[in-house]
Design a protein around this ligand. Structure first.
Ligand code: C5P
Length: 302
């Protein structure tokens, strides 16, 4: 079975506090894009990889691809498959349903310009993906995802699941916020608003504050944190994107938000099934995530 891994990598680095796009931010001396490509190639699941890079960064992304290729050709990579293009990559970890592993030197890697939103970036990549049996979509932001997660997802799709996501349990208590904040009257000594500066008079009696009201109606035990790579029968993913495009065309801004591909597939009535995710697949989004990612990458390199 042929498998294409799509890597949406066209997002900005704003939340990370960087001016360059997130995929080009470095962890342990290499870009998030390079780390992502390493993991995908090392897993041996991909016949083709399509990277959606920011339009003006396409040639930089191609340079990253060339750097990753050189590492694998020189026996580098992240080690699991022995690196070099001629390494024996059959078999691999676990009881995988996808029988053959793709040798690093045989993986075709294409870079396409991404778009203004993630869904469109995935669609641009899908257009360049050829005709694979399976498509995995993997955010470049989850750069340190262990290769074994790619195996688990691909195995589940190869075994017949139409849509597969890696998940972790919810560790925080989760509550839903009411749609609009409420104004509540405050006692004179209530502490919901900052104290007025000294030179200002006390607020009048009966003043109010806007507060967010929470509803405790979510059962943490039944909730999951959803990661990438998400895997799909290729035809199912194409159908989901076509259907979403139609929804956007007819409803415009009223179309439901789509934060991942499994969400779009689910709207077709397809069951999305779970496999185990991994804490190291963290989505590198805020500066603190970079600190953790740096630590993980260095520990791996020891
Ligand atoms: O913005 P968010 O964190 O959800 O992005 C998830 C992934 O989608 C990132 O890897 C980012 O580079 C990618 N993305 C994209 N095109 C966009 C926005 C995000 O490829 N326009």
């Amino acid at each position: 079975m042929s498998t294409c891994v799509i890597v949406p990598a066209a997002g900005s680095g704003t939340r990370l506090g960087h001016t360059e796009p997130k995929a080009f931010v470095q962890v342990d001396g290499r870009t998030l894009l390079a780390h992502s490509l390493d993991a995908i190639i090392t897993s041996g699941v991909a016949t083709t990889i399509v990277v959606a890079a920011p339009e003006v960064f396409v040639s930089l992304a191609e340079a990253e691809v060339a750097e990753v290729r050189r590492r694998f050709a020189g026996g580098g990579g992240s080690g699991r498959v022995g690196g070099g293009a001629e390494a024996d990559v059959s078999g691999g970890s676990g009881a995988g349903a996808h029988e053959s592993r793709v040798r690093p030197g045989q993986v075709e890697i294409i870079v396409v310009p991404g778009c203004a939103d993630r869904v469109e970036s995935v669609e641009a990549a899908l257009t360049a993906a050829g005709d694979p049996d399976i498509v995995l979509v993997h955010d470049a932001a989850r750069a340190l995802t262990p290769p074994a997660v790619f195996d688990r997802v691909t195995d589940a799709v190869s075994s017949g699941a139409e849509a597969v996501v890696p998940v972790l349990p919810m560790i925080d208590t989760v509550r839903r916020a009411e749609e609009s904040p409420r104004r509540i009257p405050l006692d004179d000594d209530a502490d919901l608003e900052p104290d007025p500066p000294r030179e200002q008079p006390d607020p009048p009696r009966g003043h109010a504050a806007e507060v967010e009201v929470l509803r405790g109606d979510l059962d943490r035990g039944s909730l999951r944190r959803v990661q990438t790579p998400q895997g799909f029968a290729a035809e199912t993913l194409r159908r989901a994107h076509a259907s979403y495009r139609e929804e956007v065309r007819t409803l415009g801004a009223g179309a439901r938000e789509a934060t991942d591909d499994a969400g779009l597939v689910e709207r077709l009535g397809v069951d999305v099934v779970a496999v185990a995710g991994d804490e190291e697949s963290l989505k590198i989004t805020y500066p603190l995530d970079l600190v953790l990612a740096e630590h993980i990458a260095r520990e791996r390199g020891r």
